[in-house]
Design a protein around this ligand. Structure first.
Ligand code: NAP
Length: 273
């Protein structure tokens, strides 16, 4: 590192478990770029200070934003991409040539790119998103915009499902667990199944899963969640959230550096391919 090294960093709370430093540093190294990537714990309520710090520190040119700060960060940047504007959240901050900070949201496009890896094209397909939080909103919007015939949101709190399915416009609707059997894509966008989580129930009765479905769990720790194991036992294709993580990072990388992301190095950093 030299005085010319540029910095990118993730802010979140907690952030110590984040795989983003490994993924991004592998990518910078693979292309020989003079960048480094760190993780900063930022307490809730201090996001404005964190973004002000980035603004003042020339060379701190890229920021990833993870839970619980995505909403707060959207209020601190100078401009928003159309996706970030529609969703009201930011997972990426990019310093533009004029110094202004632009907020982007790469979660939805990241999920779409991971579906391509699984050979799944959403056009004309029936999709279910379980959960109605920030990730669910991003995914619901992206699936609808990429041509899904239906995006159904299934969630324990119905009011949140109503709000989230609105992000799919005309193809969005609120669903019940028993509707899942008709879907071709099922995405778990809740934290259920995560190592260290406080609820070890399955997010859905596996009786609603079947052969021919692609089941994606946004959780990737453990790599095979109980929900994915149940999906596999029912004959469905089961995929964890590492693909979305790597692809949303690849999009961030390109936004910051202007370069195509070295996906092979990024996958290797999380132990795959
Ligand atoms: P969030 O905004 O907190 O939303 C969580 C959603 O899960 C809410 O709809 C909530 O339901 C539901 N939920 C929480 N606990 C539940 C339980 N015990 N039973 C049933 N439903 C429950 O979280 P988020 O930011 O959307 O993230 C969701 C998950 O996706 C997290 O595990 C996160 O780590 C993961 N994620 C992964 C990636 C990736 O790249 N792989 C990217 C983003 C997020 P209510 O509406 O009823 O509260």
């Amino acid at each position: 590192m030299t005085a010319a090294t540029r910095l990118a960093a993730v802010i979140g709370s907690p952030v110590a478990h984040s795989l983003s430093p490994a993924i991004h540093n592998a990518a910078f190294a693979a292309l020989g770029l003079p960048w480094t990537y760190l993780a900063f714990e930022v307490a809730p309520g201090r996001v404005a200070q964190a973004v002000r710090g980035m603004r003042a520190l020339a060379g701190f040119d890229g920021m990833s934003v993870t839970a619980p700060h995505k909403l707060a960060a959207a209020n601190e940047v100078d401009g928003l991409s159309p996706d970030a504007m529609a969703l009201g959240v930011v997972n990426t901050v990019v310093r533009q040539p004029d110094g202004r900070l632009r907020g982007e949201s790469t979660d939805g496009p990241g999920l779409l790119a991971s579906l391509v890896d699984s050979g799944f094209d959403p056009v004309g397909r029936r999709c279910v998103v379980i959960g109605a939080g920030g990730a669910a909103r991003a995914i619901t919007r992206s699936l609808a915009r990429s041509g899904a015939a239906e995006v159904m949101v299934v969630n324990r709190t119905r009011e949140n499902a109503i709000r989230t399915c609105a992000f799919a416009g005309a193809v969005g609707r609120v669903g019940e667990p028993q509707d899942v059997v008709n879907a071709e894509l099922v995405v778990n966008a809740t934290p259920l199944g995560m190592i260290g989580g406080d609820d070890d129930r399955l997010v859905l009765d596996p009786a609603h899963l079947r052969e021919g479905q692609l089941v994606v769990d946004l959780v990737y720790d453990p790599p095979l969640t109980p929900f994915l194991q149940a999906a596999r036992d029912r004959g469905a294709t089961a995929v964890n959230g590492l693909g979305m993580l790597v692809h949303q990072a690849a999009l961030q990388f390109s936004l910051w550096t202007g370069e195509d992301a070295p996906l092979g190095a990024m996958w290797a950093a999380v132990g795959r391919k």
